[in-house]
Write a protein that binds this ligand. Structure first.
Ligand SMILES: C[S@@+](CC[C@H](N)C(=O)[O-])C[C@H]1O[C@@H](n2cnc3c(N)ncnc32)[C@H](O)[C@@H]1O
Length: 348
């Protein structure tokens, strides 16, 4: 078995461009819109984004939040941020290279920290959560999303299964291990508590559709536009193209050789920085009662990305479910809820 984990965060070389052109419209855009809407509903005054990648969420935030709200967008890999700043944003944001586990900011600088599909990559999640908490003001929120298990994300699952047959001795498992390896709610709650968040998170599961003009697009996106590329090349550099073709054939067998349409699903997590009643961080499991509430269901169709040359189509948010919350919510969460119910009643 090859050691792979070290390369799981290697978003460099030709990855940022393929990631942005193929993967972003395929799976990331609707979730960026979702996170940006949730964040904007809370009217934050100063926002930190971590693991910003090529900036899909940053662009949404820059469009939604008033210009006077500073946005600092960070990522471990400068190559991803270079791509993000080259594409640009509607108004200025600060781009800064930073490891989420060692944030280069003062205590309590921000009232919102947001992270789209980055947490799964942090080797020490509690440490990263404690850093987010440290830079948050009391009452501020950490908002992030993580992919659900790989079986709920069809193209990623098919690609991973295909590569198991292609490299039977030592299958490259990056997609299952890392992007889809942190979907367990209990583990997320435990790590948040380990990071000092004493209030229970609200977790919301959101499915969407991932669409592309052909099976080759998700195959290239996953095999060549993510660190899976390095894992394939570590087995046989000369076979990257062949492995990609093999994955495309597997997608075609299940989804047809024309336009393809697969399910994707993620959890959205929101937690507030609160102090324990003693004023000290409490790490015990939370015993607060919970109530079920519903958020909006958004079935808006999105058009093809202008940067995708019409090759890949953006996916569509499909449904929402499984929401829990604590009885005592902060003003920011209450506002988010009110805004969501206004949206629901408008679209009903
Ligand atoms: C799947 S991408 C998500 C990027 C972006 N948020 C998006 O939605 O497209 C994961 C990102 O996490 C970044 N990353 C990995 N480890 C990190 C760390 N320790 N600190 C900050 N960013 C990290 C990677 O560089 C990559 O850009």
């Amino acid at each position: 078995m090859m050691g792979n984990k070290g390369s799981d965060t290697n978003f460099a070389g030709s990855i940022p461009k393929l990631y942005e052109e193929l993967l972003v419209p395929l799976i990331f855009e609707p979730y960026a819109e979702d996170l940006a809407n949730r964040l904007a509903a809370g009217t934050p005054a100063r926002v930190l984004e971590i693991a910003a990648g090529t900036g899909v969420l940053t662009r949404r935030l820059a469009s939604l939040l008033p210009e006077e709200v500073p946005i600092v967008a960070t990522d471990l890999n400068q190559a991803m941020l270079d791509m993000a700043s080259e594409i640009g944003t509607k108004r200025p944001v600060t781009w800064r290279q930073a490891d989420a586990m060692q944030l280069p900011f003062q205590d309590e600088e921000f009232d919102a920290v947001v992270c789209q599909f980055g947490v799964m990559f942090f080797p020490d999640k509690s440490k990263a959560f404690s850093e987010s908490r440290r830079v948050l003001k009391t009452g501020g929120v950490l908002l992030f999303n993580v992919w659900d298990r790989i079986e709920e994300n069809e193209f990623a699952d098919v690609v991973t299964t295909a590569l198991e047959s292609f490299f039977p001795e030592d299958p490259p498992r990056f997609l299952a291990r890392t992007p889809h390896g942190y979907s367990n709610r209990a583990a997320i709650e435990r790590d948040l508590q380990g990071g000092g968040f004493v209030s229970p998170p609200r977790v919301h599961t959101l499915a969407a559709r991932s669409r592309a003009a052909s099976p080759r697009i998700p195959a290239v996106a996953y095999c060549q536009g993510t660190p899976l590329r390095g894992e394939i090349e570590a087995r046989d550099k000369s076979r990257l193209g062949e492995a990609t073709d093999y994955a495309a054939e597997a997608i075609a067998r299940l989804f047809g050789s024309g336009p393809v349409d697969g399910k994707i699903q993620a959890h959205i997590v929101m937690v507030e920085r609160r102090e324990s009643s003693s004023g000290r961080v409490a790490l015990q499991p939370c015993a607060e009662p919970r109530v079920g509430i519903r958020l909006r269901s958004c079935g808006r169709q999105r058009g093809p990305s202008v940067r995708s040359s019409g090759l890949a189509q953006a996916c569509t948010l499909q449904e929402s479910s499984c929401l829990t919350t604590s009885h005592s919510e902060s003003a920011i969460m209450q506002r988010a809820k009110r805004s969501s119910s206004r949206h629901s009643s408008r679209s009903a």
